[in-house]
Design a protein around this ligand. Structure first.
Ligand code: GUN
Length: 294
């Protein structure tokens, strides 16, 4: 049984990116630059943004965080986006989600310059991705694909079941894995909260990708013998035995029964999590290199 370490994979890809940045910096006279807009003080978002800043520093990127108050108006948020859209020294821009309820997320994301949309959330990028055209691929699905590739998991002709249809993970992952490209070419089934016979469908999966947001919902009885399992979930659970007072769990129950059954599995933490930032770094580098799609 193989534990697919996102941490190790992310570290080797970071080293590759850092080496490339070192080379490119002298040609371009500056380093790639990622900007993040953080609205309010959501602790999870604070952590995500801090991790993104740390990863940027590790690979030699510049990063900036634009902090706006929880009660910022939609107009003022869009003004900040517009300012960054027009800054030639910023290559990538992300607006950390979720946004406060009074803000229309679709409207806000729609104002990001698609050529700087390194999250790949703008309708132009989503549309191009669906059509198989060059675009910025959303970070988490890109991280999953890279993880499978680096772990040498065969995907061609395999049945991949994706559990969860979010715009950020499940839906783009299902599209990318079904594509006629290297490291895809799966037959994909996309399941969600209304799927009947979820267990039976999951048990048909050669590759099971779980991004349903339900702590330890997928147990041994959902898994086919020898399946590859990718666990995208991350949940903080109270744990008195830990110094921090909590432990991190996935959408899959990583108990002995599961570990005995799978041929490979991504751990939580240290699986998909560290790989999502890699997708963001790769997209920012792509923008910096002006490898824009037409
Ligand atoms: N919130 C949770 N995941 C993401 C992500 O990938 N990008 C942004 N911008 N916000 C998120």
């Amino acid at each position: 049984m193989q534990i697919i370490s996102g941490k190790d994979t992310a570290n080797s890809i970071k080293a590759e990116i850092a080496a490339e940045v070192e080379q490119l910096r002298s040609d371009r006279g500056r380093a790639p630059h990622l900007a993040a807009i953080l609205v309010g003080n959501d602790p999870a978002s604070e952590t995500y943004v801090a991790n993104k800043e740390k990863s940027c520093a590790e690979v030699g990127f510049l990063s900036s965080v634009y902090r706006l108050p929880e009660n910022v108006t939609e107009d003022d948020l869009i003004k900040t986006i517009d300012f960054i859209n027009h800054d030639d020294e910023i290559d990538g821009l992300i607006v950390q989600l979720p946004l406060p309820k009074h803000i229309n997320v679709d409207k806000v994301v729609g104002t990001i310059n698609p050529l700087k949309d390194v999250d790949g959330f703008h309708p132009v990028n989503i549309g191009k991705m669906v059509l198989g055209q060059d675009s910025y691929i959303p970070a988490t699905p890109m991280g999953i694909l890279l993880l499978l590739e680096r772990a040498k998991i065969e995907t061609l002709g395999k049945h991949c079941v994706v559990v969860g249809r979010s715009n950020i993970v499940g839906t783009p992952a299902s599209i990318l894995l079904s594509r006629n490209t290297n490291n895809a070419n799966c037959t994909v089934t996309l399941c969600h909260s209304k799927t009947k016979n979820l267990k039976e469908i999951c048990r048909q999966a050669d590759i099971l990708i779980v991004a349903i947001g339900q702590c330890e919902m997928i147990t041994e009885d959902y898994i086919k013998e020898g399946a590859v399992v990718v666990d995208v979930g991350i949940h903080r659970v109270k744990d008195e035995t830990k110094k921090s007072g909590f432990s991190l769990k996935g959408d899959v129950k990583h108990d002995d029964k599961v570990l005995k059954k799978v041929s490979a599995i991504t751990p939580v933490p240290g699986g998909v999590g560290p790989m999502t930032i890699i997708g963001l770094l790769i997209n920012t580098l792509k923008s910096f290199k002006k490898e824009f799609y037409q």
